[in-house]
Design a binder for this molecule. Structure first.
Ligand SMILES: NC(=O)CC[C@H](N)C(=O)O
Length: 377
């Protein structure tokens, strides 16, 4: 390993890993999280929910099928850094259009390889997610200690949603249901599921108000996924309360957490979160377990739901955390996992059809609803 290729991963508990630099040689600080998916690294790196994070893949060989023009969840990668055991410089796949190294270089995102990702993952599982820094180039012990000090005093990011949300509203025309998609850091997969169902989609910035949304006269509102702590997006709560009961709502991941907060619930930070493509979830009503794609570090606190009109519809099989909610009085539901998959299994894809049905049902029964009949409980 020559000097220029050296890189370090510094954790704020004082652990220093030595590895090899790939991608950009810029320094990055972020929350170190692990993802257990065996494939899907391009979707993971471009998912805006990872903004502010340094992602460790537990699968040991990354990059072997390259990167392509189709598997983007956003135009650019939003993760702050990438940590792997080994990366492949010679991708081999008919869809490949370049190597992960070149691609990360092009986007200014640092990677570090030759890391004992098993040890790192165990550490995160035991101690919880922690702040880390990827820095490249040969460093002396004194320099490394200085960097550790710098890392320790670096404040956590709070503005991830405003960084990744669209600045201007845009329109994807369609013939059927009119949907407003509130972009907290929306994955392309969600937009694709709506347009595949011929929805007419207006994508709006995260701070769009209820009045502005109601003016667009949508049949339904989808609250997207997004990065960071849901409590950092207070703008969303007034908007959700302003449309709840008037327009059917579907929340995904951050959208689910914001829906819970707006309805009087609470969220908590998890020790190390759920990130991967094979998280089993129980659909309580159907008594059915499905495999889901997940990426979250916060969860809805089940105890805090007792005073609300929210009902838990889904739970995580592994740790029993809340994975889905529905409102008992209004046409609104949400899930913590990703029915759009990308990457991951499509077991829960029918939730988009459920949203379409909810919009149809709301249109048909709007008169009865005005009379007071409760059809959503
Ligand atoms: N994918 C998401 O929307 C993640 C939601 C939130 N940022 C969390 O980590 O829990």
């Amino acid at each position: 390993m020559n000097k220029a290729e050296k890189a370090y991963l510094i954790l704020d508990d004082g652990t220093i890993f030595q590895g090899k630099s790939f991608g950009s040689d810029q320094t990055a600080i972020g929350e170190v999280v692990f993802n257990t998916g065996m494939t899907g690294y391009q979707e993971v790196l471009t998912d805006p929910s990872y903004c502010g994070q340094l992602i460790t893949m537990t699968y040991p060989l990354i990059g072997n099928y390259g990167v392509n023009m189709d598997d983007y969840e956003a135009i650019i990668p939003h993760a702050f850094g990438f940590i792997v055991r080994e990366h492949s410089d010679y991708p081999s796949n008919w869809r490949s259009e370049g190597s992960i190294d070149q691609w990360l270089k092009g986007h200014g995102i640092p990677g570090i390889s030759n890391i004992d990702t098993r040890m790192l993952t165990k550490k995160i599982r035991e101690q919880g997610t922690m702040k880390g820094m990827i820095v490249s180039g040969q460093k002396s012990d004194v320099e490394l200690l200085e960097l550790l000090e710098e890392l320790k005093v670096t404040k956590d990011l709070k503005d991830q949603v405003s960084r990744v949300s669209t600045k201007n509203a845009f329109h994807c025309p369609g013939q059927k249901h009119r949907v407003v998609l509130v972009d907290y850091g929306c994955k392309a997969g969600i937009l694709r599921e709506l347009t595949n169902r011929h929805c007419d989609v207006r994508v709006v910035p995260y701070d769009t108000t209820a009045e502005e949304i109601i003016k667009l006269n949508p049949d339904g509102i989808l609250l997207s996924n997004g990065p960071g702590d849901p409590k950092d997006v207070p703008e969303a709560l007034a908007m959700i309360n302003g449309v709840l009961g008037k327009i059917p709502l579907f929340g995904i991941c951050l959208g689910h957490q914001l829906f819970a907060l707006a309805c009087g619930g609470d969220t908590v930070k998890m020790k190390f979160g759920h990130r991967g493509a094979n998280h089993p979830v129980l659909d309580i009503e159907a008594d059915l377990t499905m495999m889901t794609s997940q990426n979250h570090g916060y969860a809805v606190n089940e105890q805090a739901l007792s005073g609300t009109r929210l009902k838990v519809t889904h739970t995580a099989v592994n740790d029993k955390t809340v994975e889905g909610l529905k409102h008992l009085d209004h046409p609104a539901f949400s899930v913590q996992f990703h029915p759009e998959a990308t990457p991951g299994p499509y077991d829960s894809n029918e939730l988009f059809d459920r949203f379409i049905n909810l919009m149809d049902q709301h249109k048909l029964h709007i008169t009865e609803q005005k009379k007071g009949a409760n059809q959503y409980a």
